[in-house]
Ligand binder design. Structure first.
Ligand code: NAP
Length: 296
């Protein structure tokens, strides 16, 4: 239980390997990237006239639904600062969607070998500074207290996806957060001068993030709230989520991101009980209702 008397959505399983049965995710196994498809069956690729999208990478819903591009991703590198439960879950979805990923942690690239081996040739490990430099989009997924160690210069100008939650029992007390004067995402944005911080992925646990990804148009498509001060960055985030298998619900600027912080209705429950690894799809209407019900 957190200091606010709410259950954490990110209780740690005893071993990282407990992730393994969840992967590949239903969405990941259903999505075949154009790269993979080209290698396996080049004849199955559509010509450019089969799509309105000028982008370089198409994703398909599976062998039974070839020639139905569901999601389009541009060729983009995703950097990860923090590659634990939530960072690695996003990385898996990103690789399944055709992105290149650069993962990092606090201990050094050599400690990420098993993750890189699992992710395959689209992935490499690096230092946090290198991941920040390489990423067109950078996912920051560290304990909130570690935000002061994020590389400011290398993240300037970048879209930074902030998955972090403030848990006093883990992070220590931050008076401005305890008194609700600000939000953890605003504090991170202040630290990362020049970066475009978008709060996302913080309200869903890593198991459900993996299991609930669905192609665009699926009736079981779930949505994630996003908050940020930069509209183009939120557009980029929305496109990224779309490629990963989620809709986005824009809840406004970072000052509104308290609505998706721990203890609020959108934090966890819409996606089902933590103990149920399958999760429950939660569409945009459900997420909007939960955001509207937030109380500070
Ligand atoms: N777990 C969930 O389901 C979940 C869901 C939503 C949001 N969140 C939030 O997302 C964040 C990450 O959660 P998590 O569960 O993924 O945590 P985690 O499994 O403990 O992973 C944390 C990651 O951050 C890295 N790290 C820590 N300090 C760092 C630093 N100074 N520089 C670079 N990397 C650093 C760690 O590296 P080392 O291992 O090398 O120390 C590790 O890779 C937290 O704020 C959490 O509250 C978690």
């Amino acid at each position: 239980m957190s200091a606010r008397g709410v259950s954490r959505i990110d209780p740690k399983p005893s071993r990282l390997t407990t992730l393994s049965p969840s992967f590949p995710t239903p969405a990941a196994s259903a999505l075949i990237t154009a790269k993979t498809l080209a290698a396996r069956a080049p004849h199955a690729l559509p010509s450019s006239s089969d799509t309105d999208f000028p982008c370089s990478l198409l994703l398909f819903q599976g062998r039974n639904q070839t020639h139905r591009p569901s999601v389009v991703a541009t060729m983009t590198t995703i950097g990860f600062i923090g590659s634990g439960y939530i960072g690695s879950a996003v990385a898996r979805l990103a690789v399944a969607a055709g992105y290149d990923v650069v993962v990092s942690n606090s201990r050094g690239p050599e400690t990420l070998k098993s993750l890189v081996d699992e992710l395959g040739p689209s992935a490499r490990a690096a230092t946090a500074v290198e991941a920040a430099t390489a990423g067109d989009i950078v996912v920051v997924s560290v304990p909130f207290k570690a935000h002061t160690q994020l590389p400011v210069a290398e993240l300037a100008g970048k879209v930074v996806l902030d998955t972090n939650n403030y848990y006093p029992q883990r992070d220590g007390n931050f008076e401005a957060l305890d008194s609700k004067q600000t939000t953890s995402a605003q504090i991170e944005q202040e630290h990362l001068a020049g970066a475009k911080v978008v709060k996302v992925f913080n309200n869903i646990n890593f198991k459900h993030l993996a299991s609930l990804a669905r192609p665009a148009g699926s009736p079981e498509r779930s949505a994630l709230p996003i908050a940020g001060d930069d509209d183009p960055a939120k557009k980029t985030t929305t496109e990224f989520l779309n490629a990963l298998g989620y809709d986005a619900v824009d809840i406004g600027p970072l000052s509104e991101s308290w609505r998706q912080e721990p203890g609020q209705p959108v934090y966890g429950p819409p996606y089902g009980a933590f103990e149920d690894p399958t999760g429950t799809p939660a569409g945009a209407a459900t997420i909007r209702d939960a955001i509207a019900a937030a109380q500070r």
